[in-house]
Design a protein around this ligand. Structure first.
Ligand code: DON
Length: 309
């Protein structure tokens, strides 16, 4: 097995050469401005090593990767009561699909599709003004990454709000079933802002450390969630983290992962490392094209899989 430093450098060099980089998301106009040639990768190991390659220190819009972190926060607030309002099944549909909501009475299939994440935002809004809920989410992310320089990109949030007709449709629809407790406008304000958090691969991999280490920050020993909850979040990432591409990601990469339309993916190798990769071009399922290929190669080189003996 190669050293991790060498494996990361090799993968980054190979990805830099590739011309089949997928398509940058343009439905949020601000995301369409990103250079598709960017590629970064970071690994933070449970024994404290931080290994970087490519553009690993350049912040990008984490988009749906943030849904793992808001889910963690919401579970901390309401625990298993969350599952009365959101399911835990893969949707087999695109991330912004509305079709299942009618059959399933406004209860989204899982917390990672947009509808599910909007419910999670609604949970985080309870007892707060949107501004306070957004502040709480940002502070939680800064705490996880141990980095107070992490910010929300207000231009991305505004760009998404201005074009977010589908998300407004999803929120209004769930409101009609009584599953959304606040006004759609307010829950979406929280949702758009957590999707607009900007982080580098280094910061994202740092934030994911607790998931690779049974719920505890390996650097400080502080517990973020219980070991059981860390496992269950990992299970949701594996089964739902890549939307209708989740089965393929599990098949090819074999570790829990969560993607975002900004081109980022957080990957977790339980007991070993937290990984983050960024390549803005997306595949047909809206997941980072080279990001998934890079993780597949890295996992193979390092013999990482949750199914490995
Ligand atoms: O709501 C949206 O469409 C975006 N803020 C997030 C979507 C996303 O990242 C899907 N991931 N691949």
């Amino acid at each position: 097995m190669p050293e991790l430093e060498q494996a990361l450098a090799e993968v980054a060099a190979e990805m830099a050469e590739r011309t089949d980089r997928g398509k940058v998301a343009t439905y949020i106009p601000q995301l369409g401005k990103v250079d598709p040639k960017k590629f970064g990768i970071a690994a933070v190991t449970n024994d404290g090593r931080v290994i970087l390659a490519g553009d690993a220190d350049q912040p990008f819009s984490i988009q749906s990767v943030s849904k793992v972190l808001t889910l963690t926060l919401a579970l901390g607030k309401v625990g298993d009561a969350l599952w009365q309002r959101v399911g835990r099944e893969p949707s087999g549909n695109p991330f912004n699909s509305i079709v299942q909501l009618e059959h399933e009475n406004g209860i989204p299939r899982n917390p990672f599709i947009n509808a599910g994440a909007i419910i999670v935002s609604d949970v985080l809004l309870a007892g707060h003004q949107p501004r306070e809920a957004i502040g709480e989410i940002l502070r939680f992310i800064q705490f996880l990454a141990d980095d107070e320089t992490i910010i929300i990109d207000r231009e991305v949030a505004a760009s998404e709000r201005a074009t977010g007709y589908r998300n407004f449709a999803l929120a209004n629809y769930m409101k009609s079933f009584g599953n959304l407790h606040h006004e759609p406008e307010l829950a979406l304000g929280v949702y758009f802002h957590h999707c607009a958090v900007a982080m580098s691969c280094r910061q994202l991999a740092m934030a994911g450390r607790f998931l690779a280490n049974g719920g505890r920050n390996p650097a400080t020993g502080h517990s973020v969630v219980s070991p059981g909850r860390a496992r269950r979040i990992g299970a949701l990432m594996l089964t739902c983290g890549h939307y209708d591409g989740s089965g393929d990601f599990a098949f090819r990469v074999g570790i829990p992962g969560k993607s975002g339309v900004g081109g980022g993916i957080l990957g977790i190798v339980p007991g070993v490392a937290s990984l983050a990769v960024w390549s803005p071009g997306l595949n047909e399922n809206g997941n980072s094209k080279l990001g998934s290929i890079a993780l597949e190669k890295l996992a193979r080189m390092m013999n990482w899989s949750i199914f490995a003996p």
